[in-house]
Design a protein around this ligand. Structure first.
Ligand code: UDP
Ligand code: MG
Length: 191
């Protein structure tokens, strides 16, 4: 029986991994293929936006790079200026906070780079990549921990839950703005 080299490598480590074997030539029973869920489990999309301060400071490329190099897949993007009403809608859950009005005004004051990224557990992982809401509490290595200082100028937005991600994606993007493709690295990112 031929065994793929990457299966042998996996068996020599102590990491517990879901295993599968390739079909043996002449085997008439159903091949034991990886469960579809091994790839698709927790596949999510999240809404990420470079805020006006991030755009003005020339940080779009750096923020995109963080998501690209992590292995996430960009599925939609646009450079735009949002209206104040749009931002009021986006931040509706914060309407009773003292910073709501200023936040919506600021977020609509200049261009933003709006994106949808896709990947396994991306909603949670993207929030970890962003760091804390207050850059002062964000660890070095996180986007906010590396690139900004002030809570009101924290350069990037990321959806905080899977449900909010769906709502925000629907608010910012139309179905026809998504691009379907398979990244060539996909088989090297997910087993
Ligand atoms: N914000 C602020 N002052 C605060 C808290 C939040 O200006 O005391 C801004 C900040 O830019 C933050 C945004 O409001 O990113 C949305 O707040 P949220 O609590 O949703 O934080 P986030 O999800 O962006 O980390
Ligand atoms: Mg939030």
């Amino acid at each position: 029986m031929w065994i793929a080299p990457w299966c042998l490598a996996a068996s020599s480590t102590s990491v517990a991994r879901p295993r599968f074997s390739y079909p043996v030539a002449g085997n008439t029973t159903s091949p034991q293929l990886p469960e579809p869920s091994l790839f698709s489990r927790n596949m999510e999309r999240t809404f990420i936006a470079v805020k006006p301060d991030g755009v003005q400071r020339g940080l779009c490329g750096e923020i995109i790079k963080r998501f690209e190099t992590r292995g996430f897949k960009l599925v939609a993007a646009k450079f735009m200026q949002a209206s104040e009403d749009h931002m009021k809608n986006h931040y509706l859950d914060l309407k009773d906070t003292p910073f709501y009005a200023g936040l919506c005004k600021y977020m609509s004051s200049g261009p933003v780079f709006a994106m949808v990224w896709e990947g396994q557990n991306i909603v949670k992982l993207a929030r970890m990549m962003l760091g804390e809401t207050n850059p002062a509490d964000s660890k070095p290595g996180s986007i906010r921990g590396d690139l900004c200082i002030n809570i009101g100028r924290n350069i990037v937005h990321g959806s905080d839950t899977v449900d909010n991600a769906k709502t925000e994606i629907g608010l910012w993007f139309k179905a026809e703005e998504f691009v379907a493709y398979t990244p060539c690295a996909q088989a090297f990112l997910y087993e």
